[in-house]
Design a protein around this ligand. Sequence first.
Ligand SMILES: [Zn+2]
Length: 403
Amino acid sequence: MRGDPNENGAVVVAGTEVLAVGDFKKIKRDFSINNFDVVDLGDGLIVPGWVNAHTHLEFSDIQEPLGFPGIKFTDWIRKIVEQRFQSNSSEPDTDSASKKSLAIKRGLVESRQAGTQAIGEIATSPLDINDYTGADSRIVTRCFFEQLGRDPLNYPNQASELTSFLSQNHRMFYPGASPHAPYSVSAPLFQQIQTISQSAATPVAMHIAETLEERELLEKASGDFVDLLTEFGIWNPHDFTGQLNILGILHELSKAEHALIVHGNYLNEMELDFIASHPKSMSIAFCPRTHRYFKHAHYPLQKMLDRKINICLGTDSRASNPDLDIFKEAQEVASSFPNLPPVEILKMATVNGRQALGLPSSIGTISANQSASLNFITPSESLQPNHPTDWMFAQTSQCTPIL
Ligand SMILES: [Zn+2]
């Protein structure tokens, strides 16, 4: 990730730590190689573990995406709410918190098996950091504590809960805050979250411009979301009379050291320009297969890349995606954007995610004296490995986590 690929490369690993990376012959000279077991992996690419920049692991026990491809987004939200209600009531001997813990642990195991080394997780209250930091967990988590609600005055504990969450510190667990989305967070609550997360200097993530209906709500106070919010008993037309608009929200988020815009499917030119004018702090998480599931308009990836916006990849949850496999997201990008150099996609799946989440710089790279997370990508037999990066995310390529 820090230069050209090493042909006939080697990685020296002791336990779970990388000691050296580079050309095999040079490494053979520099190290007394006889003290090491040498494993020849054959033709393929050794790449860093993936960074999955957008997950909701509490839905990892869902067997298949809710609804059907092309489902209306507001109908899908109704299904999510239904699902939560069912999972809270179906097994009376298991309380909802422990069901959630199990789903999160299952999601971590699945992520690890898919070669992921770090995640950008959105988590809801009640939130137990032990779910993420168990002794066997090798996944680094940036955990954005999700906040939603219309009037913060009705939830006096929300602010103190967020403040104490953001003060936590752990080697594998980094806190952050997430105002959920413009349709689910009131202007006063959004301000409250901003104030708290800015004073704690933590990253923020927010679902923004995910649907056209969201834009309609914010711009005209009409559309599908009005029905949904009315059903939930929280519709108030005064909430959407220009208090929150996407550019204003982006403006506020840009004050954070790291602000992750999740989806951004329908950002307009002016909003993209604004994000591009904050290259160090603002990033966008693209969730390619979730995007396809909802049959959104073609993703404005090229417009984002033309503006040099930092783009990373996420799976989103199993409520809109069949699994938590970032390699498959990268393959989806490669097939939807065939002109995009695979190396760019590799960055989106690794270092760009690390930057977006504000995680240590060794993540998403293979670096000496750092903890190792390695994947091995092999071509199908019909593809010649002469130009390694060309076939990296071909539909027939395979990815196997090796460490
Ligand atoms: Zn999401």
